[in-house]
Structures are given as C-alpha cells and as structure tokens.
Design a protein around this ligand. Structure first.
Ligand code: 13P
Length: 255
C-alpha cells in the first residue's frame, strides 16, 4: 500500500486568530488542486474553531491538527484541553510527545502513552514525536532513546489502531537550530523506526506506518529529505509560518 506523504505545519505558540485567518486566505488558493499529499496544520488551540469554519467554507481538505491534549475527557486539570473538546471542533490529528512538551514541560513516556491511547479512543489520530538530544546522539544512544520512546509510548495501544499512527522523528538538536539532520542521518533513524515496527509487529504494518522528519526543514533541504526511502513527509516549525515558504515545501517537486 502506498504511503501518502504528509506535509505538516506545527505553528507552536505563534499566530493569533486574525493572523491565521490571513495566512489561510492565500494558502488555500496556493495549494488548491493538490490531491496526492496530505496537508496538516496545527495552529494554537485558540484558532482551531475559526480555522475549521474557514476550511469548511472553502471546502478544503487540509487536515486540522491540535498540538497537544490531555488524556482525560474532563476534570480538574487547569489549563488543559481534552480529546472531547478537540473532537467537538472536528480535529483530525493531534501532535503528542513533541520534544518541547517532553523537555520544557516535563512530559515523560508514560504520560505520553496515556495520551496516545486516549487520542485513538476518541478517533483523533496521533502524530507521536520521538527524537534524541544532542548528548544522546554524541553518546551513541540515538537508537536506544527511540526504542524507549516507541516501546513505552505505544505500550498499551491496540494493534488495530496502529495503521493510522504517524511517527515524527525530530532530533532535538535540529529543532529551531537551522541544523538539519543530513538525509543520511534522517534515513538511518527512519529505517530503524520502520524495522522496529516490523520486529515488534509485522512487515505489513511497518510498510504502512508513516514516518515524518522534523527539524529545520526548509524549501532548500526538503527535496533531499523526501528522496530518502523511509521519509514519508515532514513536520515543519519555523518555515511553516510563512505562506510562501510552506507552499514551496509542499510543492517541492511541482514548482
Ligand atoms: P523547526 O522546523 O522550526 O526546526 O521546528 C521543528 C518542529 O519542532 C516541528 O514540530
């Protein structure tokens, strides 16, 4: 089965409702007619509803994505957003375990695992982020870290759900640093992840699971990354905030 490439924008804590509406006005036009790849946008929580309405009005097939969620459906969790709330808006995907959540906000693999199960249970498809820190790479611990993030992060997930799972490999040292992994470095880890799914589950699942690369992706390096056989798309931070730059990334082989 062919793996449809994904071009995902993680806007992090950027763009107000007004700014995202401005982005979309032009962006929807720029990417109209593209049907052979999935375009995903993860704006701030405050913008989700407005953007959903805009996408519906324009009949756009862009996938709306949340940047995070709590695993409980409701309760005394000040400042959190539940899967039920995301479901109500009609969010298709959710980013879980982003390195900024792990390393700034202290989320560990066990907490992340609960979110992955919860997302699937509520029909929101998770993009599970994994990736090593610089000192872990330099200490030859990259595969050990990835193995642990996958083993623990997916520990309780029913196998039936996994065909809809997306993994994002985001080496922490490449995020927002302008230091992209070389295609060789990216391919090596992506291949490790695909083999991990084959060993742990089976070959047909390994062939289906989409693995995105994230970390200083730009229109200058996208082609080299997409040429890697196990890179099925990208999760873009900084360069996704500008309409023309993100469009160039999405259309890297068209224009
Ligand atoms: P940058 O593209 O800004 O490096 O961010 C990557 C990222 O964290 C996407 O989730």
């Amino acid at each position: 089965m062919e793996r449809i490439p994904i071009f995902a924008a993680n806007w992090k804590m950027n763009k107000t409702i007004k700014e995202s509406a401005e982005f979309f006005k032009e962006f929807i036009y720029n990417i109209s007619g593209i049907v052979d790849r999935e375009i995903v946008i993860a704006p701030a929580f405050t913008c989700l509803q407005e953007i959903k309405a805009m996408l519906q009005k324009e009949n756009s097939n862009i996938s709306l994505c949340a940047q995070n969620m709590h695993f409980k459906d409701a309760g005394a969790f000040t400042g959190e957003i539940s899967p039920v709330m995301l479901q109500e808006i009609g969010v298709k995907r959710v980013i879980i375990g982003h390195s900024e959540r792990r390393h700034i906000f202290g989320e560990d693999n066990n907490f992340i695992a609960l979110k992955v199960i919860s997302a699937f249970n509520y029909g929101i498809l998770p993009i599970l982020c994994v990736g090593e820190k610089l000192e872990e790479r330099e200490g030859n611990k990259t595969f050990k870290v990835i193995d642990e993030q996958l083993s623990k992060g997916l520990s309780e997930v029913k196998e039936d759900f996994l065909k809809d799972l997306v993994i994002a490999y985001e080496p922490v040292w490449a995020i927002g640093t302008g230091k992209t992994a070389t295609p060789l470095q990216a391919q090596e880890v992506h291949e490790y992840i695909r083999n991990w799914f084959e060993k742990k589950y089976n070959l047909s699942l390994a062939k289906i699971v989409r693995i995105l690369y994230g970390g200083s992706v730009t229109h200058d390096n996208i082609k080299f990354l997409m040429d890697c056989p196990d890179v099925d798309g990208v999760l873009v931070g900084g360069a996704s905030l500008k309409n023309d730059l993100f469009t160039k990334i999405i259309k890297y082989d068209i224009i």
